[in-house]
Design a binder for this molecule. Structure first.
Ligand SMILES: Nc1ncnc2c1ncn2[C@@H]1O[C@H](COP(=O)(O)OP(=O)(O)OP(=O)(O)O)[C@@H](O)[C@H]1O
Length: 403
């Protein structure tokens, strides 16, 4: 009996010791969690400070490689090497004066970064990743690909048709990174929801690219709706998908590609003549700290920027060309307005600029990827793309505020 009592006392003592240890561990975990939250706040602030210093509107230029199917001459580009990044691209062209004398013309452009023909999708994404991080931190982001038809916009944004992990484009990479970041943030009690809409703007009208049966949307009028409270944008009556896992994203990308291909068979080279916009909205809540984060990311593949000569284009083609030129020109005017800190920027002038209002204004991180072709025959379009990019590069977007 005595021996049992003794054992019981020892057991009780052990229990008391263990529960003290457990209480200590719980206290330590709470302390670590609150430190982790503090570090996360500091990380967010520092990340945002770095982005502010780099500038909220950044311009990259990418020259695509010559394709196996191309046998034309390559234009004379130079990429002056700089460390750590290449920032310059020079273009040397030969022009004849009125006497027929040939003269070399040298033009140099400077951007935030220049990628030569050897750059990989991973190289480009390493910079895009910073905008993705800002979006999860509660900012609006906008990444758009600009350039003439065939310059590599769709390749950069989406990837080639049978993309491998090496060749897939910015859209799948961006969403995968969002999944990775929000998975890590779960340890700090953050819960996120992610939803997407995928639309195209063709002749200034919006078309839903995620609808199962495109003919069912005949006559449906979509509108851009801005929620000023959260600083986010959505399209009325357009399909919204919950991007809760990679398979829903892949399905959405497949449906959008299919719908664009269907439209392309009805209308020659339709995809080059429309702007496609993948809109991702993200909302995070933290029950521990009572914080909420709302961010959005627009990934845009702009219509081919080349000017169709009026004599060549007739009917529908002329109509398309007019719409593209006018929407790209409004985009330019809006960015120039932002550059001058003008209080009266007319975003409503085209469906594209109205849609991008929240992604271009003071509350956004903007990245423009200017894609250019390596061909000599494309020189004049290349020059006009580089001039457009030069103008955007000198634009200043005010310091971004969290939503
Ligand atoms: N960096 C690259 N590496 C390899 N191939 C590329 C690269 N960029 C583009 N291409 C290829 O060049 C061709 C034209 O590219 P892409 O379709 O992306 O041009 P685009 O600017 O989107 O044209 P469009 O305005 O018609 O949509 C495609 O066959 C694409 O696979």
């Amino acid at each position: 009996m005595k021996a049992y009592r003794c054992e019981l006392e020892i057991a009780n003592e052990n229990i008391t010791n263990q529960s003290e240890k457990i209480t200590n561990n719980i206290n330590q975990i709470q302390e670590f969690t609150s430190k982790l939250q503090e570090y996360e706040r500091l990380r967010r602030k520092l990340h945002n400070d770095v982005q502010d210093l780099k500038g909220n509107i950044r311009v990259f230029c990418r020259v695509r490689p010559l394709l196996d199917s191309e046998s034309q001459n390559i234009a004379n580009f130079k990429f002056p090497k700089e460390i750590p990044f290449n920032r310059k691209i020079s273009l040397i062209s030969t022009k004849a004066n009125y006497l027929g004398e040939k003269k070399e013309i040298f033009k140099e452009y400077q951007f935030d970064q220049v990628f030569d023909t050897f750059a990989t999708q991973k190289d480009i994404f390493s910079e895009v990743a910073h905008i993705v991080q800002s979006v999860v931190d509660g900012y609006n982001g906008c990444i758009f690909a600009y350039g003439q038809t065939g310059a590599g916009k769709t390749y950069t944004m989406t990837g080639p048709t049978n993309a491998t992990p090496e060749t897939e484009g910015m859209i799948p990479r961006a969403v995968r990174l969002i999944y990775d970041i929000i998975q890590d943030l779960k340890t700090q009690c953050w819960k996120f929801t992610l939803e997407g809409q995928f639309i195209e703007i063709y002749n200034d009208s919006i078309r839903d690219l995620l609808v199962a049966d495109p003919s069912s949307t005949n006559g449906v009028k979509h509108k851009t709706i801005h929620d000023e409270r959260t600083g986010t944008t959505r399209i009325s009556k357009a399909t919204t998908v919950d991007l809760d896992c990679p398979s829903t994203l892949n399905q959405a990308l497949k449906t959008a590609a299919h719908n664009r291909a269907v439209a392309a068979t009805k209308c020659n080279a339709h995809s080059s003549r429309s702007h496609s916009v993948f809109m991702i909205r993200l909302r995070g809540t933290n029950d521990n700290s009572n914080e909420t984060r709302i961010g959005s990311l627009n990934l845009i593949d702009l219509a081919g920027s080349e000017r169709l000569s009026k004599s060549e284009s007739k009917g529908d083609q002329l109509q398309e060309a007019k719409h593209i030129n006018s929407s790209l020109s409004h985009l330019k005017t809006v960015i120039q307005g932002i550059k001058k800190d003008s209080c009266h920027i007319n975003f409503r002038d085209s469906s594209l600029t109205w849609l991008l209002k929240n992604s271009l204004g003071g509350n956004a991180k903007v990245l423009m990827l200017v894609n250019i072709s390596p061909l000599e025959s494309s020189l004049s379009e290349t020059e006009s793309s580089l001039e457009f990019a030069r103008m955007v590069n000198s634009a200043h977007v005010g310091t971004a505020h969290k939503n």
